[in-house]
Design a protein around this ligand. Structure first.
Ligand SMILES: *[C@@H]1O[C@H](CO)[C@@H](O)[C@H](O)[C@H]1NC(C)=O
Ligand SMILES: *[C@@H]1O[C@H](CO)[C@@H](O)[C@H](O)[C@H]1NC(C)=O
Ligand SMILES: *[C@@H]1O[C@H](CO)[C@@H](O)[C@H](O)[C@H]1NC(C)=O
Ligand SMILES: CC(=O)N[C@H]1CO[C@H](CO)[C@@H](O)[C@@H]1O
Length: 419
């Protein structure tokens, strides 16, 4: 199931940044005082390729099978398919994951092989800023795109895709270091990529980390998800539409997005949000502890709720096991961010009232501040710095010029630090 392509990944990583192929603009000579950087993009920022095999049985419409046997095509992100009402149902179906109860793991839909190609334009600004200070693709700058539909599982539960990811990323990091005079790499992540990086680091022995990774610069990742995510869990318009709309495709309440192993990874966690009422109705308030109940009442089935409980919750609860390594967390603040959702008459199908607080639009300030405790608060944590950038958003932080400048300054500070 896409295995061969995954085995090729460490090679593809070096070559798979199409936007580097553009004719350069200002090019600065590669500096030899720079630690190599490996970038981990956010959720849905990686491009996925697919091919349909003979096993593929189109469900939405027989025409979904026209690409059978014709080789690889772009599965995500494919604007043509997203915007064509005839193609969209096929696309939504091919992008689904299946949970196999026997293997106790997720896999690609039957007859659909999926591989990871590259990062898309969402990292373009950061890449250009790094090139501006002397980084160069394939020499001291590398990307680690990943299939964002999958997620890690708690110890003892199979997660084949995650194992591939861990071994590919380990190889990439080792090669990046070797190519650069054995200097350990700086891991720079955005959003979900931070979850990915900490999950990865936790799987590697301290000795390996010390030798190969100098610093983690984690941009836009909170310690325990965010409340805005709940707005798509309890959809007023129902993401369950057939045929789907383009925005239903990745939404956790949509028929495709809900099948992803990563679907509930960003829900607010009890560790950060405690007993605060996040969803308020007349009869009952739901705190982060009540997520399973909320999912059930929002229409997710028993198996989906059970998987949230047994597979997602233990992972997100234990993600940031300090000490990870020298870490800089950078977050945007000052943006109105959903903090509480109020259904005055308890009817989930009606438009709720929303109470806003501080955050980056996707992650609440509480989730960012909690990083100080879960990472910075551990007495064994070697080096921890938390930076807030006002006036930019969750994604603006890697596209707005003034924010990028600050992010690059922090990366250079990590580069020059002598621990
Ligand atoms: C986008 O998806 C359609 C439908 O599956 C496919 O025919 C097309 O080749 C894809 N685009 C690219 C660039 O691969
Ligand atoms: C729910 O939370 C709101 C806001 O904190 C509070 O005013 C209300 O009393 C709570 N309702 C219940 C049923 O606990
Ligand atoms: C944020 O932006 C507004 C409008 O551009 C500006 O007036 C304000 O001073 C900025 N705040 C900060 C803290 O930079
Ligand atoms: C920790 C984490 O989220 N890791 C994920 C990184 O991306 C790969 C590919 O989707 C997943 O398999 C990992 O689980």
């Amino acid at each position: 199931m896409g295995v061969q392509l995954h085995r090729l990944l460490p090679l593809l990583f070096l070559l798979s940044w199409p936007f580097f192929l553009r004719d350069g603009g200002r090019r600065v000579p590669v500096r030899d005082d720079l630690h190599p950087i490996v970038l981990l993009p956010g959720h849905s920022c990686s491009q996925l390729l697919a091919r349909l095999t003979d096993d593929y049985e189109p469900a939405a419409s027989p025409s979904c099978g026209v690409r059978k046997g014709t080789g690889w095509f772009r599965l995500w992100e494919n604007d043509t398919a997203l915007q064509d009402p005839a193609l969209l149902p096929c696309y939504a179906e091919q992008l689904k994951l299946v949970f196999d109860p026997v293997a106790r793991d997720y896999r690609d839909a039957k007859g659909v092989d999926v591989g990871v190609m590259s990062t898309n334009s969402c990292m373009k600004g950061l890449v250009a800023a790094l090139e501006g200070i002397g980084y160069k693709d394939g020499e001291n700058l590398f990307g680690a795109p990943y299939d964002f539909r999958y997620a890690p599982a708690p110890p003892g539960q199979p997660a084949l895709q995650f194992s591939y990811f861990v071994s590919s990323l380990r190889l990439l990091i080792e090669r990046a270091s070797e190519r650069n005079g054995n200097k350990p790499v700086i891991l720079v992540t955005h959003s979900h990529g931070g979850i990915n990086a900490t999950g990865f680091l936790n799987q590697n022995a301290v000795r390996w980390r010390r030798r190969n990774v100098k610093h983690l610069v984690m941009v836009s990742t909170g310690a325990g998800g965010g409340v805005p995510m709940l707005k798509s869990v309890v959809p007023t318009t129902g993401g369950n539409r057939t045929p789907p709309t383009p925005s239903d495709v990745l939404s956790v309440s949509g028929n495709t997005g809900r099948t992803f192993g990563s679907a509930f990874m960003a829900l607010p966690t009890p560790k950060v949000f405690g007993h605060a009422p996040l969803v308020v109705t007349q009869a009952k308030n739901y705190s982060a502890y009540d997520m399973p109940e909320l999912l059930a009442e929002a229409g997710f089935d028993d198996e989906e709720v059970a998987r949230y409980r047994s597979r997602v919750l233990p992972v997100v609860t234990n993600l940031f096991r300090a000490p990870i390594m020298p870490t800089t967390c950078i977050n945007a603040v000052g943006v109105a961010t959903v903090e509480r959702i109020v259904y005055s008459d308890g009817d989930f199908s009606k438009e709720p009232e929303v109470v806003y607080g501080d955050g980056d639009g996707s992650i609440n300030l509480a989730s960012m501040v909690a990083l100080d405790t879960v990472i910075g608060g551990d007495p064994d944590q070697e080096h921890y710095k938390s930076v807030f950038i006002p006036n930019t958003t969750h994604s603006g932080i890697i596209t707005d010029g003034f924010a990028l400048e600050r992010v690059v300054t922090e990366i250079l500070e990590a580069n020059n630090a002598s621990y």
